[in-house]
Design a protein around this ligand. Structure first.
Ligand code: SF4
Ligand code: SF4
Length: 144
């Protein structure tokens, strides 16, 4: 369990570092192949990361978030789906980089299967699904 937590934490650090590098490159006007290599890292690792987030989900729930002073499963930030509005289009599954959504095996309905994989205070998928307003997040962001 500890090694699994460490692995997931390192991946998170790696992705944040990659984002910071791209941000700095944007500010410095670095473009073309040099920028694209770093941009490709996110896409190249996406599916493998999602598999790991799901495979080690129980470990991910136990990761301590220093800035919130809590482990992930004690931080109530994740989406819920309004089943009346959901069209089961599955866009949220392909959109989410953390593998939060999946389908129920017996009926193929989209569900929030791995809620604690959600990035704290992010609600990007609710805008992607804005035509239906089927994805709901807490009204208040989590305070540090
Ligand atoms: S929650 Fe939204 S994006 Fe996901 S399957 Fe339902 S309608 Fe599609
Ligand atoms: S907010 Fe981001 S991480 Fe959370 S479920 Fe939506 S797309 Fe996934």
């Amino acid at each position: 369990m500890e090694k699994q937590k460490e692995l997931l934490s390192k991946i998170r650090q790696f992705m944040i570092l990659n984002l910071d590098i791209k941000k700095l490159m944007n500010e410095l006007g670095v473009e073309g192949d040099i920028y694209n290599v770093y941009s490709d890292i996110t896409n190249t690792t996406r599916e493998s990361n999602i598999k790991l987030y799901k495979k080690f989900y129980d470990a991910g729930k136990e990761i301590y978030y220093e800035k919130y002073g809590k482990i992930r499963k004690d931080i109530a930030w994740f989406p819920t789906i309004d089943s009346e509005k959901c069209k089961n289009c599955k866009k949220c599954i392909s959109f989410c980089p953390k593998g939060v959504y999946d389908v129920e095996e017996d009926n193929d309905n989209v569900i929030v299967k791995y809620p604690y994989n959600c990035i704290i205070n992010c609600n990007a998928c609710s805008y992607m699904c804005c035509e239906n307003n089927a994805i709901i997040f807490p009204k208040e962001k989590i305070i540090r």
